[in-house]
Design a protein around this ligand. Structure first.
Ligand SMILES: O=P(O)(O)OC[C@H]1O[C@H](O)[C@H](O)[C@@H](O)[C@@H]1O
Length: 424
């Protein structure tokens, strides 16, 4: 289902030399005995998730689709990136589907927040507030504003029906508030951290509201779970990718650029950045996760990749089959001199651009390129791909002996901000 290739990676070590270490880490992961083992619920979540809650979520999604022009998803980090990545990748950026999905609660920007508040004024709205901790300030602040806007518009009772809360199953400020208000509630499992939570109600409810088949998404997760049961580096592309990153780091690389050729996967890259950035960037370790969407960014970052400081390698995420295609038309006058492409499919042009760029970056630029090939941009492939990255991420961080599942560094800005905001 996923092909992983290193033929353009300039590797100076053999991936297979890591087999023994990978076997040990694989056991730690599967037996839940490694670092951060309290947060390994995602590993076999596809076998364990609550089917009753899953069915309830689908019903809630139908209610929201029938009753809302706009669906507000109020969350930040792992509580919004996965859903947004899935919805954009699978439905595209301009899907003419009701409801329109707007993400809030991920910024303090007064301009953005006020503009969303104005935009929803004359629209029917439902809202899903998502926070594992239940105390994240960006989310809590936006939630109060949008909750009040809904209460003003619909009255308290009707607003309650339009608000769902996804949070801890037993505790926390949001949990208490939602219980008291009587909102429809969904649980973020204790043993699944935010950046691994797109396969739980955190991601699945908004994804279902977008009209995407969440059974298919979970089938993709299960298929990946089964395919990655073996630690054999010849058979497990997630682990081969995990090891390859470490080899390139040993060769002096300090950044990894996630590259796609489809604009609707830009948010997938943002999701991936949180996954790897928060999992790996600690105690002075880790590769900087960065991203580019080509060919758009070839016209901005291309110069640096080709010719700048040799700090990075590229990880190409290629989708074999496009969701849509366009045949380039003939033009009788040919004033733009573009007739040489007449009759060609746009996807073919995109793939030729990819081929040409790959050769330029690898052969002339000496930039290592890894290739991850995915069949298409379906819900099934999304589920498969995120699980691929989960397993790769856990393995690659275990290989540098760090805990992939905490993020103590994120607290530092919060402490300073709270002091400035006068929070006690
Ligand atoms: O879901 P929440 O508890 O609101 O957290 C939202 C996000 O913010 C935190 O600061 C963490 O660094 C992220 O890992 C998390 O995904």
């Amino acid at each position: 289902m996923i092909k992983f290739e290193t033929k353009n990676a300039f590797l100076k070590e053999d991936v297979k030399d890591y087999q023994e270490q990978v076997n040990t880490m694989h056991d730690a992961l599967m037996n839940k005995t490694g670092k951060g083992n309290d947060f390994l619920g995602w590993v076999d979540w596809c076998n364990n998730y609550d089917k009753e809650e899953f069915a309830r979520m689908k019903e809630a999604a139908s209610y929201i689709r029938e009753n809302a022009d706009v669906f507000l998803v109020c969350g930040i980090g792992g509580s919004y990136l996965g859903a947004r990545a899935a919805i954009e990748m699978i439905n595209g950026l301009y899907a003419d589907k009701k409801p329109e999905i707007i993400f809030c609660g991920n910024t303090f920007s007064s301009t953005y927040t006020k503009q969303v508040l104005d935009y929803i004024k004359d629209k029917d709205v439902c809202l899903n507030v998502i926070s594992k901790s239940g105390t994240t300030t960006e989310t809590a602040l936006a939630f109060r504003l949008f909750k009040q806007a809904l209460e003003e518009k619909y009255g308290k009772d009707e607003a309650k029906k339009r608000i769902t809360a996804t949070t801890d199953g037993n505790k926390g400020t949001l949990y208490e508030l939602a219980k008291k208000e009587g909102y429809d509630m969904y649980v973020i499992p204790d043993d699944i951290g935010g950046r691994f939570s797109v396969i739980t109600p955190v991601g699945l409810l908004p994804i279902a509201v977008a009209g995407i088949d969440i059974d298919e998404l979970m089938n993709g997760v299960s298929a990946a779970y089964n395919d990655f049961a073996t630690p054999d580096l010849d058979k497990n592309p997630a682990y081969a990718y995990a090891v390859t990153r470490r080899i390139l780091e040993n060769q002096g690389k300090s950044a990894e650029m996630f590259v796609t050729y489809d604009l609707q996967t830009t948010m997938l890259a943002e999701w991936w950045k949180q996954l790897f950035g928060e999992s790996e960037g600690k105690n002075g370790c880790g590769l900087l996760p960065t991203s580019a969407t080509f060919s758009t960014d070839l016209h901005s970052l291309g110069q640096f990749v080709q010719d700048g400081k040799k700090v990075l390698f590229e990880t190409l995420v290629l989708f074999e089959n496009p969701t849509e295609d366009v045949v380039f038309p003939e033009d009788a006058e040919n004033l733009d001199n573009m007739n040489y492409l007449a009759g060609k499919n746009l996807d073919w042009v995109n793939k030729m651009a990819m081929q040409g760029t790959l050769e330029a970056h690898v052969e002339e630029g000496g930039v290592p390129n890894l290739e991850i090939t995915v069949k298409d941009m379906s819900a099934h492939s999304f589920g498969y791909l995120v699980y691929f990255f989960f397993r790769a991420c856990a393995m690659t961080v275990y290989l540098i002996d760090q805990n992939p599942f905490d993020q103590p560094g994120v607290e530092v800005y919060k402490k300073n901000m709270f002091k400035l905001l006068g929070k006690n």
